[in-house]
Design a protein around this ligand. Structure first.
Ligand code: ADE
Length: 230
């Protein structure tokens, strides 16, 4: 079974409207929509914002819906200097940029005792995303790279530069790496698809408000193309 997660209503609404044969299950304050979308049986859910919500949601998808792969769809703040609003990042791997046990000699982002910084996305799902994007006429630029997550809305150019340089992030958001770690712990596949709503700088909160819907729907366009090929 495939799970599709978005953090906010804007990131899943268009898909919800297009599902058929829907059954709705409520758990942990989230509504899980099980049904058919573009001919595929799947579970669609808005997990809420932040890493705790994302991890909880992933575990529920595994435990209650026997999900074996997850596609996360949504918006992010661009960090890579060539990325513009609307462009897409397909995750190669994910890092929690706010996980900081450096006082003990761990690397920034390293989960103590798990000894991991980055959680790798599934190669097959990455390839599927890359190939699917090629088939969408007039689609924005596609990047494949590292996605950073933290319980922080980054709206500061210096911090954005630091995250890009120090952790090699292409974009920053608030859920992907939590989904990634939960998938790693459950041995299931994932990929994160993010379209840029802003550049994580001083105008990020204005840009986010202006572009969230446009960018969220860009990410959904790519996920739709993936579902048609899966
Ligand atoms: N999601 C979209 N833009 C973001 C930003 N600048 N920081 C964190 N999450 C985001």
């Amino acid at each position: 079974m495939l799970g599709i997660i978005g953090a906010m209503d804007e990131e899943v609404q268009l898909f919800k409207e297009q599902m058929s044969d829907v059954e709705v299950f409520s758990k942990a304050g989230m509504e899980f929509y099980k049904g058919i979308l573009f001919g595929k049986e799947l579970v669609l859910v808005r997990c809420g914002i932040g890493k705790v919500n994302a991890a909880l949601c992933t575990q529920i998808l595994v435990d209650h819906f026997s999900v074996d792969k997850i596609i996360f769809t949504g918006v992010a703040g661009g960090l890579h200097p060539e990325i513009e609003v609307g462009d897409i990042v397909i995750s190669t791997d994910c890092v929690q940029h706010d996980f900081d046990a450096t006082a003990f000699g761990y690397r920034l982002g390293e989960i103590p005792r798990l000894n991991k910084v980055e959680f790798a996305a599934d190669q097959g799902l990455i390839q599927l995303a890359v190939e699917s994007a090629k088939g969408i006429p007039g689609f924005p630029k596609i990047f494949t790279g590292r996605i950073l997550s933290g319980d922080v809305f980054v709206a500061d150019k210096e911090k954005a530069l630091m995250l890009g340089e120090k952790l090699g992030g292409y974009c920053v958001e608030m859920e992907g790496a939590a989904v990634a770690q939960a998938c790693y712990l459950n041995d299931i596949k994932f990929v994160i698809i993010r379209s840029m709503s802003d550049k994580a700088d001083g105008s990020a909160h204005h840009d986010f408000t202006t572009f969230v819907e446009y960018s969220a729907n860009n990410a959904l366009k790519l996920v739709k193309a993936m579902l048609e090929k899966i």
